[in-house]
Design a binder for this molecule. Structure first.
Ligand SMILES: Nc1ncnc2c1ncn2[C@@H]1O[C@H](COP(=O)(O)OP(=O)(O)OP(=O)(O)O)[C@@H](O)[C@H]1O
Ligand SMILES: [Mg+2]
Length: 255
């Protein structure tokens, strides 16, 4: 990584830590605005992604999201903070009344929800994993295809009260190998909307300019090339893909 982190020193005031997270996820305020800060030093090593690269992948996913014009990823920057280099992201207030992705009793799938998979709950009762059918959630699914997201769990979609949906936790993106693991399988074989196609086209166009420069400083050049190739392949295909055989299609645990 050759991107220059922005020194945030005293401006970042840390107030807590999300203890359920598998990596160090610190919360605080930057210039009185709520943020999360995920230092590279707190990244848990993984077998299939190079060590110390998750923060840069999160910033790269934000840059791609910006290029789509969809505002999927909350503003994310590479910073040098109290625990060293890491990613800093704007905190998003969520509305618990409108979960986009839920486990429901298998015989009680709410009207309009799309079915992803069946399972059993903690008392052995049959349950179904379902998600809403909204343009906002589809945009997240398209961004996951573009960025090759290996970790789209239920908890990585933030539901805003106004209906907008944000995607978070993009540390496991941009790998050159196919890694897509997601709970958003409700649109298999459905054609991309004009707006979705236009967003993918905007990424391709931006790769020739500022986006390309930003990503070259954050990712390996092979990863930037793979991103461009995925965009072209998605446009050629024109529809949401189905899971590829032989590898897990859903992250575990799914929430
Ligand atoms: N920008 C944000 N706005 C609001 N909440 C956030 C934001 N980023 C993270 N969170 C909260 O912090 C939790 C943990 O963050 P994140 O998933 O990025 O870290 P993680 O180490 O991968 O954790 P996990 O193992 O739980 O996935 C999220 O599930 C979410 O509740
Ligand atoms: Mg996570």
């Amino acid at each position: 990584m050759i991107a220059e982190p922005e020194p945030v020193g005293d401006r970042l005031v840390l107030t807590g830590r999300i203890v359920s997270a598998s990596n160090a996820v610190l919360v605080g305020e930057l210039d009185a605005l709520p943020v999360v800060y995920k230092p590279v030093a707190g990244e848990r090593p993984l077998h299939d992604f190079p060590d110390g690269t998750l923060a840069a992948r999160e910033v790269a996913a934000y840059a791609v999201s910006r290029a789509t014009g969809w505002d999927v990823v909350p503003e994310t920057r590479l910073v040098d903070g109290p625990a060293g280099i890491g990613m800093l992201q704007r905190w998003v207030e969520t509305d618990p009344e409108q979960p986009a992705i839920v486990l429901v009793p298998a015989d009680a799938v709410p009207e309009g929800m799309l079915h992803v998979l069946d399972g059993v709950g903690i008392d052995d009762e049959p349950v179904a994993l379902v998600h809403e059918d909204t343009a906002a959630l589809r945009r997240i699914a398209v961004l996951d295809l573009v960025t090759n997201n290996a970790d789209r769990k239920g908890g990585h979609v933030l539901e805003r009260a106004d209906g907008h949906r944000h995607g978070i936790d993009h540390g496991l993106t941009m790998h050159v190998d196919h890694k897509l693991r997601t709970v958003l399988w409700g649109w298999i074989d459905e054609p991309f909307s004009d707006e979705e196609v236009a967003g993918i086209r905007r990424v391709i166009a931006a790769l020739d300019g500022e986006l390309g420069e930003v990503l070259d400083a954050l990712l390996a050049s092979s990863e930037v090339d793979a991103l461009a190739a995925r965009c072209e392949a998605l446009l050629a295909r024109g529809t949401f893909p189905e899971p590829r055989p032989g590898r897990p299609a859903v992250p575990w645990p799914p929430f």
